[in-house]
Design a protein around this ligand. Structure first.
Ligand SMILES: [Cu+2]
Length: 488
């Protein structure tokens, strides 16, 4: 990536100037951006809720930065409990990655930490707590890294962040899952669903967590029922209406910040062009529906026709519930949108993933090391494993700096797992054994029965979390680390 190299070189040049003269040092000593972990109030279906927030001094939620600038942030924990933030999609030095037990201790109440590292690339990213179950209480916010080369584009940026919301204590949800509540069906599925039986709706006690089958593989889609699905903190009962400017050109930056819910983005009859996934550019793909697994991002370009309102909906996988916002051209009238669709949305699959091609693929090179990783689970006890081990009993996946590393994932479990590698962007290089020059990204969904191989260049030494981004799977053990040999 020549641009990167040049930027790195330039920042090196600035650093040299800093030691030589006073003026650049002053410029570089500008105050860091400030972010505070605190709380915010929501109104969900007429009921008040207090959730976590990551706010700027101006009260805004989240952060917008520019590629080429340093990421200089002072993070303060204003909560009465320990907390910390992970910069999902950025590739910081590992000690600034924000994962307790792997890279950084949580900040005690009142404490602050200064982050400072180069922002090499633009992208739609996000930030969230990696501490316990705080993410379920919406300790997450957008983190947009703008591309200075796109500053003059005639398009309006709209950020859409999705959440699954519950009034329950997340610890109770996890305890219920561990107690087997809602998983009788899953156990049944294991025994009886291998032969295309996917209409389980009539069976007693099966109203939740629709099972289905994909390629004859038993599967379980949702194991947590939520009180609401939020788009920028609102439901379709009172959605955000974004007034688009004349011309109607919009760049949608969609972030799936849900703890345990995959969605399909549905544009109705309108078409959009997908230009990036997880902040990294792809060869453009035009469509009306786009899957977005937990923790993934989609950048869509579209034009809102003059006088029209265009709902951007997020459909909960396997169910009728949905959320979203409305893009409204000048003069458009906005009608009511039901919070439930007429039909259940299908399970996410890899049809789009198989079509994606990185705009800036990894250099052609065979893998120096291929690490097999089996995604496993014991649904009844709600224990989730990588290569048969829960985090804590796992052996790190060892790599050496400079290597091309492939991770070959197989998923014999009954649930899909959105697998996330910290500190790197990987390329999807094979699906079910079929090679491809797929998307560069940081989170890929591995549905039940599927095999996905990713590859990355080991260019960011450290100890990095590698885990399922379904919060309750991760808490259930589905995490390990990628570790560089010879790390101090
Ligand atoms: Cu998972």
């Amino acid at each position: 990536m020549p641009v990167l190299t040049r930027r790195r070189f330039l920042s090196g040049a600035v650093a040299t100037a800093v030691s030589a003269g006073a003026l650049p040092r002053l410029a570089r000593a500008a105050a860091p951006a400030e972010l505070a972990i605190g709380t915010r109030s929501l109104d969900v279906a007429g009921r008040a809720a207090t959730v976590f927030s990551i706010t700027r001094p101006d009260g805004g939620h989240g952060l917008r930065a520019t590629a080429g600038d340093p990421f200089r942030v002072r993070l303060t924990n204003a909560l009465p409990e320990p907390s910390l933030v992970h910069w999902h999609g950025l590739t910081p030095p590992w000690r600034q990655d924000g994962v307790p037990g792997v890279t950084q201790d949580p900040l005690p109440p009142g404490a602050a930490f200064d982050y400072d590292f180069p922002l090499d690339r633009p992208g739609t990213h996000w930030m969230h707590s990696h501490v316990g179950l705080q993410e379920q209480r919406l300790l997450a916010a957008p983190l947009i890294v703008a591309d200075p080369a796109e500053a003059g584009l005639d398009e309006q940026e709209v950020v859409l962040m999705l959440h699954d919301f519950t009034f329950r204590d997340p610890a109770e949800i996890l305890a219920a899952l561990r107690g087997g509540q809602g998983h009788g069906m899953a156990a049944m599925g294991m025994a009886g669903m291998g032969h295309g039986g996917h209409d389980m709706g009539a069976m007693p006690g099966m109203s939740h967590g629709m099972s289905g089958s994909m390629d004859g593989m038993a599967m379980d889609l949702n194991d947590v029922e939520y009180d609401a699905y939020l788009a920028n903190d609102r439901t379709l009962a009172d959605p955000e209406v974004v007034r688009v400017e004349r011309g109607g050109r919009v760049r949608l930056r969609i972030i799936n910040g849900a703890a345990a819910t995959n969605f399909h983005i549905d544009l109705g009859a309108a078409e959009a062009t997908l230009v990036a996934v997880d902040g990294r550019p792809v060869a453009p793909v035009t469509g009306r529906r786009f899957p977005i697994a937990i923790a993934q991002r989609l950048d869509l370009r579209l034009t809102v026709p003059a006088g029209k309102a265009l709902p951007v909906l997020a459909l909960r996988e396997g169910e009728r519930q949905r959320t979203g916002l409305v893009l409204a051209a000048p003069g458009a009238s906005v009608g009511r949108i039901a919070g439930q669709g007429k039909a259940k949305a299908p399970a996410l699959d890899l049809a789009l993933e198989a079509k994606l091609a990185a705009a800036q693929p990894l250099a052609a090179r065979p893998a120096d090391r291929t690490i097999p990783v089996k995604l496993g689970g014991d649904m009844a006890r709600y224990v989730w494993t990588l290569n048969g081990k829960v985090h804590g009993q796992d052996a790190p996946l060892m790599v050496r700096q400079g290597e091309r590393v492939a991770i070959a994932m197989t998923n014999p479990s009954m649930m899909a797992h959105p697998m996330h590698l910290h500190g790197h962007h990987f390329q999807v290089v094979a699906i079910d054994g079929k090679p491809l020059s797929g998307a560069l990204r940081d989170t890929v969904l591995v549905p039940p029965g599927k095999a996905v191989t990713i590859a990355f260049d080991a260019d960011n030494p450290g100890r990095w979390a590698f885990h399922c981004h379904h919060l309750y799977h991760m808490e259930g053990g589905m995490m390990t680390t990628v570790e560089y040999e010879g790390l101090a």
